[in-house]
Structures are given as structure tokens and as C-alpha cells.
Design a binder for this molecule. Structure first.
Ligand SMILES: NC(=O)c1ccc[n+]([C@@H]2O[C@H](COP(=O)([O-])OP(=O)(O)OC[C@H]3O[C@@H](n4cnc5c(N)ncnc54)[C@H](OP(=O)(O)O)[C@@H]3O)[C@@H](O)[C@H]2O)c1
Length: 339
């Protein structure tokens, strides 16, 4: 079988190589999947570039890709929930990364049944972005019916699912995007779409209950300018708050440095008696099962920008790297799913 691997830290053209490997044998609690489609995410590029080295140094070469949709080939000891032939999808755990591959053994607890109304390409677009947004908006921010939520970058992989999820939970959804994306983002269900090329959201918004900060940098600090007193800012791109750093098992020295970096954000949160949390998403099969049922009921629909054949994975990653994707970028195994 063929797999794309990160062979050294660096950029797309120098770090990645296709290689031949033997089909893995699933261990206890694992399931072997024949992958039909994978989706790629900014984290894949960050790991490739070595941006996460301080948190976790990898023993290269390693696989790349965290989202998959495919069919169960065989199961390891102790797995009773799945059997050969089942169609599944997943955001695989960090110990099983490598979905840009023909086959992958994954932890059974990270799998969910693929919604039958979705193609493999559509299903592969869902796991990482929907789990992240569920964990940020629902689990951490506790978004409630009728609350006003600002979701930055409604046209991105994350934003396009987050808008739909927040609507499903009954929120009033405000989102930002550039002029070319305004209309289709509105069609996803957003109540208010701000064209950031023409308007400054800081002039338009106040008293927001929840800000979902998908952009980081100045956007994290500015979130508190539009937030109501006692509101919540959940970030997936901002600075690590002390609680999340502790929960993530980051060593004390790095935690100390991060605490300094987060100082102005934590101060802004305190001044608004607000919650600030950085969310680092985790693979979770049972949450994905629930998100899959929202897809089955057409409450969440996949938003796919481009589909690339497996052989063009580098082109797919280069497109994602432009930061201009409209929804998700998919890699399809197509015919090679039968390799
Ligand atoms: N912490 C976690 O666990 C976690 C999990 C998933 C993702 N993330 C992070 O979340 C971020 C978003 O991920 P993604 O998958 O959505 O990335 P993406 O798909 O690459 O995002 C691209 C989108 O961002 C929009 N955008 C860029 N600048 C913007 C701005 N100033 N205002 C509004 N929209 C803007 C672009 O729209 P326009 O072309 O219209 O500008 C484009 O549609 C990444 O930084 C990623 O690393 C973190």
C-alpha cells in the first residue's frame, strides 16, 4: 500500500514523500480501515513545519492526515462494535495519524458509523471540524438557544460547519467573511454576515454572548471589545490559557512562558468577568456519532471546496496552505481505494 509521510520538518515540497508500506495489522482495540477519502486540516501543515515541536517532538518519518472515511477490513482483539464491511468515518487519535494512506489501523473508540446519505468524500470532511466546533461551542462555551454568537471566518473548514452547528443549537449566528463568500455563507444559515473587506465588525457588534475565535492574534484580544460582561470567548487559534495548558500536560517551564504570552488576554477576560478558554480538540467517536446523526438529518451538510486524487495530495496541501479554502479540502483515494 502507498502512504504519504512527513520525512523531515519543513515545507510541502521538501518534507513529504510517498512510500510503500505493508498493510498494518490491527492491535487490541484497533480497527483496520481501507481509506476511501481523507480531509486535510491546518494542523497537518503545522506539524509538518515543526510548529508543534516544543509540545511534541515526532519520531520521523510519520504519517500525515487526521480525518478519514472508509470501510472496515478487520478488527483487533476486544473490538465488538464493528465488523468487516462497515462504513465508518473518524478523526483519528494523535497516535494513529496518517489518513493520507490506503489503509490505517485506528483506535475503535475514535470511529463512528458513516452517515449513509454522505459519500466518503463528504463524510471525510466532517470529523475534525465538527468535533472542534462541538467541543468549543457546546462543551466549553455552553452555547444556548437564543444567544448571540460571533463565529470568525464562516467560509473556512471550521466556520462553515460551526455556523450550521450553532444554528442547530438555536443561536443567533453572526459571522465574518470576504465579499466573494457572503452569499453562500448566508445560505449556510448565518443570521448576519459581515463582509470584512467592506466593514469592521468592531464598529457593528456589541454585547455578544460567545465569540468563537478561529483567527487568533489581535482577533483574540478584540473579542473582548464586542463581548458582553460575563460572556465567553473560546479560541482555537489564540493563546493557551493556564487551565488548558495544565490539562494538556504541558511542562511547567513552557507553561510559565505561555502564561506570560496569555497575560493581556487573561487581563481582558478579567475586566469583562468573562471566560477565556483555548480549545485543543480531541478525537471522540461517541461525539462524532451524534454529529453524524445531524448530517443524517441534513441539519449539518458537508461544505467541500476541492477534491484531489491521492496522487495530488501535495497540491491539495498547497491549496489549503493559501488560507483561502471555501469549506474543506478533500483527498480521494478513488480507484486506489481498491489498492
Ligand atoms: N485548536 C484546535 O483544536 C483547532 C482545530 C481545528 C482548527 N484549528 C485552527 O483553526 C483555524 C481555522 O481552521 P480552518 O480549518 O477553518 O482553516 P481554513 O479552512 O484554512 O480557513 C480558511 C478560511 O479563513 C477565512 N479567513 C481568513 N482570514 C480571515 C479574516 N480575517 N476574517 C474572516 N475570514 C478569514 C478565509 O475566507 P476569506 O477567503 O473570505 O478570507 C477562508 O475561507 C486554523 O488556524 C486552525 O489551525 C484549531
Amino acid at each position: 500500500m502507498k502512504a504519504l509521510k512527513i520525512t523531515r520538518y519543513g515545507d510541502i515540497n521538501t518534507s513529504l514523500a510517498f512510500g510503500e508500506a505493508s498493510v498494518p495489522i490491527p492491535g487490541t482495540g484497533e480497527v483496520l480501515i481501507r481509506i476511501h477519502a481523507a480531509s486535510i486540516n491546518p494542523i497537518d501543515l503545522m506539524v509538518m513545519r515543526g510548529d508543534m515541536k516544543a509540545v511534541k517532538k515526532l519520531d520521523l518519518p510519520v504519517g500525515i492526515g487526521r480525518d478519514l472515511s472508509g470501510v472496515v477490513v478487520s478488527v483487533g482483539g476486544g473490538v465488538t462494535a464493528y465488523q468487516p464491511g462497515d462504513e465508518v468515518f473518524a478523526r483519528v487519535g494523535e497516535d494513529h495519524v496518517g489518513t493520507l494512506s490506503h489503509f490505517l489501523s485506528v483506535d475503535a473508540s475514535h470511529l463512528a458509523r458513516k452517515p449513509k446519505n454522505l459519500t466518503h468524500e463528504e463524510a471525510a470532511s466532517i470529523p475534525l471540524v465538527s468535533l472542534t466546533s462541538y467541543q468549543a461551542l457546546i462543551q466549553v462555551a455552553g452555547l444556548k438557544k437564543g444567544e448571540r454568537v460571533l463565529i470568525h471566518a464562516g467560509s473556512g473548514g471550521i466556520g462553515s460547519v460551526a455556523v450550521q452547528l450553532a444554528k442547530a443549537y438555536g443561536a443567533y449566528v453572526i459571522t465574518t467573511t470576504s465579499s466573494a463568500n457572503v452569499e453562500w455563507v448566508r445560505e449556510l444559515g448565518a443570521d448576519q454576515v459581515i463582509d470584512y473587506k467592506k466593514e469592521n465588525y468592531l464598529d457593528l457588534l456589541s454585547d455578544i454572548d460567545v465569540v468563537y475565535d478561529t483567527l487568533g492574534g489581535q482577533y483574540t484580544l478584540d473579542a473582548f471589545k464586542v463581548l458582553k460582561r460575563g460572556g465567553r470567548v473560546v479560541s482555537i487559534s489564540g493563546v493557551l490559557d493556564p487551565q488548558t495548558a495544565r490539562e494538556f500536560g504541558i511542562g511547567w517551564l513552557l507553561r510559565k512562558l505561555l502564561r506570560l504570552k496569555a497575560r493581556s488576554v487573561m487581563k481582558a477576560a478579567k475586566e469583562k468577568t468573562a471566560l477565556y478558554r483555548m480549545v485543543i480538540m480531541e478525537a471522540n467517536g461517541s461525539q462524532l456519532e451524534e454529529l453524524g446523526s445531524l448530517c443524517r438529518d441534513n441539519i449539518i451538510s458537508p461544505v467541500i471546496d476541492k477534491i484531489y486524487p491521492f496522487e495530488q495530495s501535495l497540491e491539495a496541501l498547497s491549496y489549503l496552505e493559501t488560507g483561502r479554502a471555501k469549506g474543506k479540502v478533500i483527498v480521494s483515494m478513488g480507484e486506489s481505494a481498491n489498492a
